[in-house]
Design a protein around this ligand. Structure first.
Ligand SMILES: Nc1ncnc2c1ncn2[C@@H]1O[C@H](COP(=O)(O)OP(=O)(O)OP(=O)(O)O)[C@@H](O)[C@H]1O
Ligand SMILES: [Mg+2]
Length: 405
């Protein structure tokens, strides 16, 4: 399993010079409003957006607008550490989402090759990486990408890092606000793919992701249902789908007046959520039910390698939060998870090693420190012995024990 162990980001929103150690596979960001927790998660999400900036070597940059940010990453892959540093040019849209316009990434494979040289890897190579078998296609590397020969473990490392970048996912309860915006049906085209609508993108995508699991992976779908129905936390009874074929035809007229009939076979999918024996459309769910369903679905079925969860406590009844944090802990054995929280209840379920204290200072902007570095030696010792006795981490936090500077 590949792991991101260090993340540094400079000149990105409030992260002027932010260094984040990711020692555990589950890390939790805490800190006051505006400290920069969401910015750290969005900074990590830039890695997923790198693929938007793929371009063929030698072609011009998309444009020169946007802001420049520098990143530096350490990955642990088997026994190797692979370092990546780079510059990204990005633009932020009217919904405060970033698009990466352009990027330059350099890789250091010292652990694999013993060479301290940084090699610039054009991201376009990521598209072809699965075709580049050791030696057979070194032509592509040398002639097309102007890269030196890479050994097999370097190619494999690039392959894993490419997948890691692509397989980052982000959950925030705010994506699922106001379930009344959720469509009550959706359409699939002939290829069974689905077209999204930007304005209720997340609600609709959730329904579609649910449906895909229901069709393609019944085991996982059933695992999800048994987590949320009476066997588990009991917020619903079941989720089912009706499928209707919608054949339609249209005509295409060719020069000379010939007519060609085009048959289309789209499908209409209607989801139902059963609660207390009553079938409801997704837009009739309470906001907390909708958000909790989406959160649990993405925690347990998401096959991604890095899952970012913004404040899992939002809209979740405290009785259920326990189960959600347990699910997050269990899943963090399989993939890296980073959460942010304002809930002392969440902290009670974590260990000091899982915490990053986020603060903002005038020179570095957002700073994230592991607890043993954020607290003085004595304070950290005091916390450890407090926890060994009867205390819990959330209580300690509420009493101001984790405040520093
Ligand atoms: N696109 C942006 N460019 C510059 N600054 C931004 C941008 N988006 C947000 N900020 C600012 O960055 C700072 C940190 O915001 P962020 O949302 O990361 O805080 P947070 O720690 O998540 O706070 P909260 O606990 O309230 O969610 C805030 O001052 C915010 O206004
Ligand atoms: Mg935030």
């Amino acid at each position: 399993m590949i792991k991101l162990t260090k993340f540094e980001i400079n000149n990105y929103r409030s992260c002027l010079k932010s260094n984040i150690d990711l020692n555990q596979s589950l890390m939790c960001l805490i800190g006051i409003n505006g400290a920069g927790k969401t910015n750290i998660l969005n900074g990590l999400l830039l890695l997923k957006k790198l693929k938007e900036s793929y371009r063929i070597p030698g072609t011009k940059q998309k444009n020169l607008s946007g802001s420049l940010t520098e990143i530096s990453l350490d990955f642990k892959l088997d026994e190797y550490t692979i370092k990546v540093k780079g510059t990204l040019r990005y633009e932020t849209d009217d919904r405060n989402n970033d698009e990466v316009l352009d990027s330059i990434l350099k890789f250091n494979f010292f652990d694999i090759t013993g060479s301290k040289k940084w090699i610039e890897i054009p991201l376009e190579l990521f598209k072809y990486i699965h075709e580049i078998k050791f030696k057979e296609n070194d032509f592509i590397l040398r002639e097309y990408f102007k890269l030196p020969d890479l050994v097999e473990s370097q190619i494999n490392a690039l392959y894993s890092i490419r997948d890691f970048f692509n397989n980052i996912s982000y959950y925030s309860a705010s994506q699922f606000s106001d379930p009344s915006k959720c469509p009550i049906s959706f359409e699939l085209d002939e290829n069974k793919s689905y077209r999204s609508n930007r304005f209720n993108f997340h609600h609709e995508k959730f329904l579609n992701d649910l449906y895909i699991k229901y069709k393609n992976n019944k085991n996982e779908f059933n695992k999800f249902i048994s987590t949320v129905n009476q066997e588990g936390i009991g917020i619903i009874n079941n989720i089912s789908f009706s499928e209707y074929d919608m054949p339609s035809s249209s005509y295409e007229v060719k020069s000379g007046g010939k007519i060609r009939k085009i048959e289309r076979n789209r499908q209409l999918i209607i989801p139902y959520v059963t609660i207390d024996g009553v079938e409801l459309s997704p837009n009739q769910l309470s906001e907390g039910t909708f958000k909790t369903l989406a959160l649990i679905f993405y925690i347990i079925t998401d096959e991604n390698e890095l899952l970012l969860i913004e404040e899992p406590e939002v809209c979740v009844h405290h009785g259920l939060l326990n189960s959600i944090i347990s699910l997050i802990s269990v899943q963090s054995k399989k993939k890296q998870i980073i959460i942010s929280t304002h809930s002392d209840f969440v902290l009670d379920r974590l260990s000091p090693e899982n915490l990053l204290i986020v603060t903002k200072n005038s020179q570095k902007g957002t700073v994230a420190k592991p607890l043993d570095k954020a607290l003085s030696k004595n304070d950290y010792k005091a916390l450890k012995s407090y926890l060994q006795e009867t205390g819990n981490l959330g209580e300690y936090w509420k009493e101001g024990g984790l405040d520093h500077e």
